[in-house]
Design a protein around this ligand. Structure first.
Ligand SMILES: NC(=O)c1ccc[n+]([C@@H]2O[C@H](COP(=O)([O-])OP(=O)(O)OC[C@H]3O[C@@H](n4cnc5c(N)ncnc54)[C@H](OP(=O)(O)O)[C@@H]3O)[C@@H](O)[C@H]2O)c1
Length: 320
């Protein structure tokens, strides 16, 4: 059993806690810290979580063997670095940081301290994502030609006006579509350039709520991403190849091959959040390798930063 501490006990942190507490034999959350303790006190008490006054106290707690960093996006780098510098392995929920240079600093610190730095994104563990990955890697769609990913959600209409996620300091244009981006980096390799267009027509608020991105991978393959935060939920990821295509939509998987073979299937449900946390625990214990290489996680942030710059300037940008 791995005893973990959690930085940030908001919506996502609580979902992660509820996925394992009293349910997992691999990992449990024993301590936490947040900004407004009064908001988290009853949740922490109900789940047997000791609340610390701040990040420094949490990462110094000898009962905390590993840390889950799930505070506001603009603080991820600072929080994750504090855990690494305390010598604790970290599951850092996406995005790892808001700049490529901060992400690279985290990776360098983790290397220096010889601790695991794992990027947390639950969709990696969805059964349909695993099946899509298997089919692409097995060459079933042939030579990869192009990929498309959409992540659309009703986020910006529903957040209270003072929520951190509506502040520029935490918001990278296009970052809502980071799940498909991470998959594309995994299966297509590094991104050479991005060309993004931003829209702010969805909410009446002065925020970029819609971003469309054209990608060019170093391999020459092309890609498209759509991140729309002010519409109804819609999620799709498609890989097109010389033999056909394979696609996930929400939790389903479809494929159609030039041979005529085709199918749409709903795969069995799986608690992806728990799978992610148990995989992290196994990696901390040295029983498994965490499946997302840290260099892919760092490159993902560099691409997100480039998308943000491109969306704000209407120019193609090469990730640094
Ligand atoms: N699929 C995924 O992997 C996934 C899905 C959703 C979200 N996320 C990520 O999870 C993160 C949290 O999102 P959320 O929706 O849970 O946001 P949220 O509900 O606003 O929660 C953020 C939490 O961090 C706390 N916090 C704020 N400032 C802090 C500080 N200085 N030190 C410690 N804690 C602090 C907040 O406390 P207060 O109560 O005072 O606000 C709150 O408990 C985001 O970065 C997001 O990108 C990942």
């Amino acid at each position: 059993m791995l005893n973990a501490g959690m930085i940030g006990l908001g919506a996502w942190g609580r979902k992660l806690v509820e996925s394992v507490q009293g349910r997992s034999a691999e990992i449990r959350i024993v301590a936490g810290c947040t900004r407004t303790a009064s908001r988290a006190a009853s949740f922490a008490a109900a789940h047997g979580i000791t609340l610390h006054p701040g990040v420094a106290e949490l990462v110094a707690d000898p009962a905390v063997e590993a840390v889950i960093s799930t505070g506001p996006a603009g603080l991820h780098a600072e929080h994750t670095l504090a855990a690494i510098e305390a010598g604790k392995p970290v599951l850092a929920v996406k995005p790892l940081a808001l700049s490529g240079s901060d992400a690279a600093r985290l990776a360098a610190a983790a290397e220096r301290r010889q601790v695991l730095l794992a990027l947390g994104y639950n969709r990696y563990f969805y059964p349909n994502a695993a099946e899509l990955r298997r089919r692409v890697r097995a060459g079933e769609v042939g030579e990869l030609l192009h990929a498309e990913g959409d992540f659309c959600t009703d986020r910006f209409h529903t957040l209270p006006p003072d929520h951190w996620a509506l502040e520029d300091a935490h918001l990278l244009a296009g970052a809502l579509a980071d799940h498909p981006l991470y998959s594309m980096i995994e299966l297509l390799g590094r991104v050479r350039s991005v060309d993004a267009r931003a829209g702010s027509r969805g909410t009446g608020r002065a925020i970029i709520d819609t971003t469309a991105v054209l990608l060019r991978f170093e391999s020459g393959v092309s890609g498209l991403l759509t991140a729309a935060g002010a519409t109804a939920p819609y999620e799709r990821l498609t890989y097109f190849g010389s033999l056909g295509w394979v696609e996930t939509r929400g939790r389903t998987l479809s494929y159609r091959y030039r041979s005529g073979e085709e199918e749409t299937a709903a795969l069995p449900e799986l608690d992806a959040e728990r799978a992610q946390l148990e995989c992290f625990a196994a990696a901390v214990r040295g029983r498994a390798t965490f499946p997302v290489p840290v260099e892919d996680a760092v490159h993902g942030v560099a691409v997100l930063e480039a998308i943000d710059r491109s969306a704000r300037t209407d120019r193609p940008i090469e990730p640094s």
